[in-house]
Design a protein around this ligand. Structure first.
Ligand code: CU
Length: 470
């Protein structure tokens, strides 16, 4: 993998997003550590009167967002690390403004019972710039979520789940698709199919496991093959796929699988299998495309919402023309259940879905924190699939034009009469596309769901293009 880490905050700031700053934060860091002199003057858990308290502001969060301080008078220091002006207003006090890059000192008082603080510039509070100062032994005020939650989710979800500073770090998913017939448990047998064509055998084991779906948020996900999304399978038109699906005895519920690349009756191959059971699902890949597969066990919504989906790439019989780089992006949304438990069915089942996160390949904002390297001017092919379960996408790469799109069998081809191009590809749940582009110059290229309430919830990644002109 050619991942590299760079600070994505500047880019994210330009886009007006709240995502991806979390990698630069240390979840659960005692607030006093950010307080300079305060760190020396106060206990690790609580600030004492007279201390200097530093508040860093950026788009759109305070660091820290929650702290504990004894009642009394303090010296505040507002440090604007962002690209636009921010202020801080503590309780009913005067707002203190800091220009980008500026640090402003002020005095404030923590009353008995604590106090909330906000950025009073219009829109900034709603975007997440809220915080709470609690007093020792007092109940934390409910106005603010944790820093992590705000960083990734933008405006807080209604039934917020507290971030867990002890959650395991997330594992970055390699976005490169396998070659045909490759992958864990996958075997390509040339001429092995009943019709004399090639056979792809796939041993696929269901696994229920803990997974960090966004920094600080661990869920008990249900998976195909141990990953969310499940493994990508790549075939060609005319192949026969024979899947041996295993639901292990330690699973808690029944599961099943439904391949959209197949044409079979739902009573047979798509049957649910109880823990300890298995089945064989055999189909021929008759049509090229970027296809969804998912668990179809009731309630289907919950099984998809909790991670049971993946992508099958079916190339035309002659294969796709070679390109320099290929990536896959499965977009989906996440409705947080309590820490360590499955996704919330109740949240997913709202008439107007309001996910806590939306992401590519299982983890919110993972490619914003870990940009993907590409080479300027080279051909990049993306297999993009929206699995929902319920929300559309408008896939866009900032600063590029797609010169080839095959969306659900409909093609835009480079060099067409009139030289038509594409800026964004709309995909409803269970729709896929092959999208090709090349970057014109070195730089950072964000890929987003251009329905713009979602990038701040994690539907954001970055390409870092180099090797060409700057
Ligand atoms: Cu299932």
């Amino acid at each position: 993998m050619k991942f590299r880490t760079l600070s994505s905050i500047a880019v994210v700031g330009l886009l007006g997003l709240t995502a991806s700053a979390c990698a630069d934060d240390a979840p659960g860091t005692p607030v006093a550590a950010a307080g300079g002199e305060a760190a020396a003057a106060a206990s690790p858990d609580s600030l004492t009167a007279g201390a200097v308290v530093e508040f860093h502001a950026t788009e759109f969060a305070f660091t820290p967002m929650q702290l504990t301080a004894e009642p009394g008078d303090y010296i505040g220091r507002l440090i604007n690390d962002g690209d636009i002006a921010h202020d801080i207003r503590i309780g009913d006090g005067e707002a203190v403004v800091a220009a980008p890059g500026e640090t402003v000192e002020f005095q404030f008082t923590v009353p008995e019972g604590g106090v909330d603080f906000i950025c009073s510039i219009p829109g900034h509070e709603d975007a997440g710039m809220v915080g709470t100062i609690s007093t020792p032994g007092g109940e934390p005020a409910a106005a603010a979520g944790s820093g992590d939650e705000m960083d990734h989710a933008g405006p807080a979800a209604e039934a917020s789940v507290e971030a867990n500073p002890d959650a395991a770090p997330y594992a970055v998913r390699d976005p490169r698709p396998p070659a045909r017939g490759e992958g864990e448990g996958v075997t390509l047998i040339e001429g092995g199919a009943p019709d004399g064509g090639d056979l792809i055998e796939w041993e696929l084991v269901i696994e229920e496991k803990l997974m960090t779906v966004a920094e600080g948020y661990e869920q008990l996900v249900w998976t195909f093959g141990g990953d969310v999304p499940g493994p990508v399978l790549r075939t060609r038109v005319g192949d026969t796929v024979r899947v041996h699906l295993v639901n292990p005895t330690e699973a808690s519920v029944s599961h099943s699988i439904d391949y959209h690349a197949s044409q079979v009756s739902m009573e047979d191959e798509m049957a649910s299998i109880a823990p300890g059971e298995d089945l064989v699902y055999e189909f021929t890949t008759d049509y090229a495309g970027v296809w969804m597969y998912h668990c179809g066990t009731a309630p289907v919504l919950h099984h998809i919402a909790n991670g049971m989906f993946g992508m099958v790439i079916v190339e035309p019989e002659e294969g796709l023309p070679p390109v320099d780089d290929e990536f896959f992006f499965v977009q989906h949304e996440w409705y947080l259940g309590p820490q360590g438990e499955p996704a919330s069915f109740a949240k997913a089942n709202q008439a107007a879905p309001a996910p806590d996160f939306q992401m590519f390949n299982g983890v919110a904002a993972q490619y914003a924190d870990n940009p993907i390297d590409i080479t300027t001017g080279e051909d990049v092919r993306m297999f993009v699939l929206n699995v929902g379960p319920s929300i559309d996408t408008s896939f866009h790469v900032v600063g590029t034009i797609f010169h080839h799109v095959t969306k659900e069998g409909v093609q835009l081809v480079e060099g067409n009469d009139g030289n038509w191009g594409s800026q964004a590809v709309d995909l409803g749940p269970a729709q896929g596309a092959v999208i090709e582009m090349r970057t014109a110059e070195d730089g950072t290229y964000a890929f987003v769901n251009h329905a713009f309430n979602f990038p701040g919830r994690g539907a954001l990644g970055l390409f870092s293009a180099s090797g060409g002109t700057g």
